[in-house]
Design a binder for this molecule. Structure first.
Ligand code: GLY
Length: 355
């Protein structure tokens, strides 16, 4: 698979975007937003003459709208307004928009040009980078989708100033994951960032750039997720199960909050199975405990959680495959773990968080 995506670290989005659009050949321009990003983020670029000439598509905000209905609505607009393979679709928003818009662009006329402008920390460091697109389907997250890299991803941290704390924490969980799979230096830097103090945006911007670089390096090596890209799933096997369990409660978790739970559990599995150092397990658990609210569940939920884990895309022949670590940066993909350890890891989370 060709990995063509360009990542631009921008500190002046308007100028950089204007310049980039002038270098591109496209017949029509479409911009996908949701109701939040149309109000909060679109005004930052709307003065650009090429953007003013674009057709704005606005869909309802929220991950539950990353569905077939909205995908169809976008296809109708593109089709009725004469979009072609040479048209350009800009996805301006969080992961919901870059996933959904990416999928719409990948499938319309078998693939039109797309460009991502992520506006949440989650999308900046993860969702918008790496070419994964898709929608939720049949009650399952990202059940259908494609690998379809956008032409370019603009990383501009200005948008982070419009983000609420829950969304900041959600994206930060992916930065903890990137740190764990990269180097001791990045790990130390990420775990020393105080999320209770007013955000130090200058330092956060630097850490975002480092985090994106970790993801880019891994994706460039394995764009189709046949091998090392599975490292990016650390915390996600249990995290996705927790996330879908939370959807049955009155307080569904944001993706990164569920990943934070998954990181604690999967580092416990790493400690049991790959001798990940116990002091680092405790350090990460303490860090997550300090900033992330506990997710309450009891042992009656264990069977449901295990059943959910069997749907993970990394599984083969019905065996639940984990990505584990033997040290920070030492990655072991395709690890099957016995069920007893999985249950113990859930106990470990609940005991550590006093649940
Ligand atoms: N979010 C994990 C990946 O892009 O592979």
């Amino acid at each position: 698979m060709l990995y063509a995506q360009k990542v631009v670290l921008s500190d002046d989005l308007k100028t950089d975007l204007e310049y980039f659009l002038a270098t591109l050949k496209y017949d029509r321009l479409f911009i996908l937003t949701d109701t939040n990003t149309r109000d909060k983020c679109y005004p930052l670029i709307q003065d650009i003459p090429r953007i003013q000439a674009a057709r704005l598509i606005c869909i309802p905000a929220g991950d539950r709208h990353k569905d077939l209905e909205q995908l169809t609505a976008i296809w109708y607009i593109l089709s009725n307004e004469g979009a072609s393979r040479n048209s350009l679709l800009i996805n301006l928003g969080g992961g919901m928009i870059t996933d959904l818009g990416g999928f719409a662009g990948a499938t319309f006329k078998r693939g039109m040009q797309t460009l991502n402008i992520p506006t949440t920390l989650m999308a900046l460091v993860d969702a918008a980078v790496g070419g994964k697109t898709g929608i939720n389907f049949n009650g399952l997250k990202n059940e259908t989708g494609t690998f379809y890299p956008p032409l370019c991803v603009f990383i501009d941290c200005t948008f982070l100033r419009t983000l609420d704390r829950d969304n900041l924490l959600s994206g930060y969980a992916e930065m903890i994951k990137h740190a764990l799979i990269s180097s001791v230096e990045t790990y130390a830097s990420v775990l020393s960032f105080d999320l209770n103090k007013p955000v130090d945006y200058a330092r956060l911007n630097q850490m975002v750039a480092q985090s994106v670089a970790v993801k880019e390096r891994i994706v460039a090596e394995d764009p189709g997720e046949k091998g090392i890209r599975k490292a990016l799933n650390l915390g996600h096997t249990i995290g996705h199960a927790i996330e879908s369990l939370s959807f049955q409660t009155p307080a569904p978790l944001l993706h990164g909050h569920a990943v934070a739970v998954g990181i604690v559990c999967e580092l416990y599995l790493s400690y049991k199975q790959c001798r990940f150092p116990s002091d680092k397990l405790i350090q990460v658990t303490q860090y997550i405990k300090e900033y992330y609210p506990p997710f309450p569940f009891d042992c009656k939920a264990y069977a449901t959680l295990c059943e959910r884990m069997t749907h993970d895309k990394k599984n083969t022949d019905g065996i639940i495959n984990f990505t584990l670590l033997s040290e920070v940066g030492k990655i072991h993909i395709d690890q099957s773990v016995n069920k007893e350890f999985i249950l113990e890891s859930l106990d470990f989370y609940r005991e550590s968080f006093g649940i």
